[in-house]
Design a protein around this ligand. Structure first.
Ligand SMILES: Nc1ncnc2c1ncn2[C@@H]1O[C@H](COP(=O)(O)OP(=O)(O)OP(=O)(O)O)[C@@H](O)[C@H]1O
Ligand SMILES: [Mg+2]
Length: 271
């Protein structure tokens, strides 16, 4: 029913599930049966890349929420974004997630420059390539966990039975296979956040964007959510986690610190 949306998505770059350090997808026109060539590991196409991005909210006075932000996230990477309140973290996430557009600079998803995309194309990229998780779970209270997750595939035009099968598999993946028929009000906070994560993941996005995913949870429950995010990263999904929680940030292999709309530091921790 939504073929136009489906055909609008020409941004895929081959192997969508490429894990950390995975080789760049080979050219499909090269039919030779030789083994995968050794490609440089240091420049796979970023799942999301911001270069020189500015975002100013109009008003009196205007607020320069992002100023010359450069950030590239490789397939399967896991990073925390930290910084004081008002430093531009959510603005960055909205722009990386195509919910908002940059005023200057370039944003690419899977190598595709978003400035060439219509709003409809952006919506399609979002539906197919990006999952979102927020502090407030945003689940439909009257629907089961299964239907909440299946709703994550509404825009794909896939038939309901397929959507529910995929939802069931994804609930298993987040450890909630036995709660599929519970409504959000019949789940704990941590379980609700797992449902929200399953909904974000059900379409197999390459990029999961999370804004304070543990903000509404006690620390033990939050830790379990962090473990889940680490598992997803190990499974090849790139994950950006905005967090105020130093313990959450400490669990991440890369940490980006924002201050006054700029990236003040961006450090990878080698384990
Ligand atoms: N829609 C908007 N209109 C005007 N100004 C805005 C808007 N959204 C955010 N801002 C301003 O832009 C700046 C960055 O906001 P942003 O929400 O990105 O910060 P944040 O780092 O996510 O903060 P917090 O940790 O409190 O969530 C802030 O000064 C904020 O007041
Ligand atoms: Mg914020």
């Amino acid at each position: 029913m939504d073929d136009q949306i489906n055909t609008a998505v020409q941004v895929r770059t081959g192997d969508e599930r490429a894990g950390p350090g995975a080789a760049r997808p080979s050219d499909p026109s090269d039919a030779s049966p030789s083994p995968e060539p050794e490609l440089p590991q240091d420049d796979p196409v970023s799942v999301v890349e911001l270069a020189g991005v500015d975002r100013t909210y109009p008003g009196k006075p205007p607020v320069a929420a992002l100023r010359g932000v450069d950030l590239a996230v490789r397939p399967g990477e896991l990073l925390a974004v930290v910084g004081p309140s008002g430093s531009g973290k959510s603005t960055l996430l909205n722009i990386a997630g195509t919910l908002d557009r940059a005023d200057a600079g370039t944003v690419r998803i899977d190598g595709r420059d978003l400035s060439d995309c219509s709003d409809r194309q952006l919506a399609s990229i979002r539906a197919h390539r990006i999952g979102f998780v927020f502090q407030q779970f945003f689940l439909a209270p009257g629907a089961s966990a299964l239907d909440n997750v299946a709703d994550g595939l509404l825009y794909t035009g896939r038939p309901k039975r397929e959507r529910r099968e995929a939802a069931s598999r994804t609930l298993e993946r987040v450890g909630l296979g036995d709660r599929a028929h519970h409504k959000p009000g019949e789940l704990s906070g941590g379980q609700r956040q797992r449902v929200a994560i399953a909904r974000a993941l059900v379409g197999d996005p390459g990029l999961l964007l999370t804004d304070e995913p543990t903000g509404a949870l006690d620390s033990a429950t939050g830790e379990a959510i962090v473990e889940l995010l680490v598992d997803l990263h190990r499974g090849g999904t790139a994950v950006i986690v905005i967090t105020h929680d130093a313990q959450v940030a400490a669990a991440m292999p890369r940490r980006v610190l924002m201050r006054d709309g700029r990236i003040e530091s961006d450090e990878a921790v080698r384990g």
